[in-house]
Design a binder for this molecule. Structure first.
Ligand code: ZN
Length: 240
């Protein structure tokens, strides 16, 4: 731990840090702070030592902001099952629609809702293969961008409104999730491992947005803790 005093910016000695009472006392200016509200500089410094096989690219921009870029993942092993289900669904439906409409029956109309589902699944699959994510942390905001062909997302979050950034459990999947065009792999995981999928989450204004859903768990943990401390650190400097 390398806790920084928000009053005078000096490092607080570890002998003045009491984990059990959650308090830390600064030797220089004699102020006392709650540990959970302090910034741990040693965590922020970990930005320079990413875990093995990390895919996030960290870039320090000229204006002092930090850009985290998560590249496109392409088609990967974890998507084989969703892809097979989607393609199987499409061929089965095509065959069914074709055979009932051949008989001149209006029965084919009943396949419409199922068509919507498989097409949504297909679009989501395309999104999952091509999506890139960018997080930009400046002095005032955190911008989360999900660039993808269908329903791209951009969240500009004022740092003052961020409650916390942490790894959080996802709720159970509902049918409506299909219309959000979120990551296909995530939807499948959510569906099969109810409520036990954990993803990096930014909590602000009673809202939650997810990011790097697809990254490796070690990578997710690494960047989430660092980001949370960075946001706290910028805010503390700002309050001074
Ligand atoms: Zn101090």
């Amino acid at each position: 731990m390398k806790l920084i005093c928000p009053n005078c910016q000096t490092v607080i000695f570890s002998k003045n840090v009491n984990i059990s009472s959650n308090l830390a006392k600064c030797n220089k200016c004699k102020s006392t702070h709650r540990i959970s509200e302090l910034v741990d500089r040693s965590i922020i410094e970990k930005i320079n030592t990413p875990p093995k096989n990390a895919k996030i690219r960290v870039k320090k921009m000229q204006d002092g902001s930090i850009k985290l870029f998560y590249p496109k993942q392409g088609f990967r092993a974890s998507m084989i099952i969703p892809a097979i289900i989607t393609l199987f669904g499409i061929s089965l439906l095509s065959f069914w629609t074709w055979s009932v409409s051949r008989e001149g029956s209006t029965f084919a109309i009943f396949s419409a809702p199922l068509w919507i589902v498989v097409i949504l699944m297909l679009l989501e699959l395309i999104n999952s293969v091509t999506e890139t994510q960018t997080l930009t942390l400046s002095k005032t905001s955190l911008i989360l961008q999900k660039d993808r062909p269908i329903k791209p997302q951009k969240n500009v979050i004022n740092l003052k409104n961020i409650q916390t950034i942490k790894i959080k459990n996802l709720g159970m999947m509902t049918f409506l999730d299909l219309f959000k065009f979120e990551n296909m792999k995530l939807i499948f995981k959510k569906n099969f491992i109810y409520g036990r999928v954990k993803v990096p989450t930014i909590i602000f204004n009673r809202r939650a947005v997810y990011f790097l859903e697809d990254a490796d768990y070690l990578e997710q943990k690494w960047i989430t803790v660092i980001l949370n401390n960075m946001v706290k650190s910028i805010r503390l400097q700002d309050e001074k």
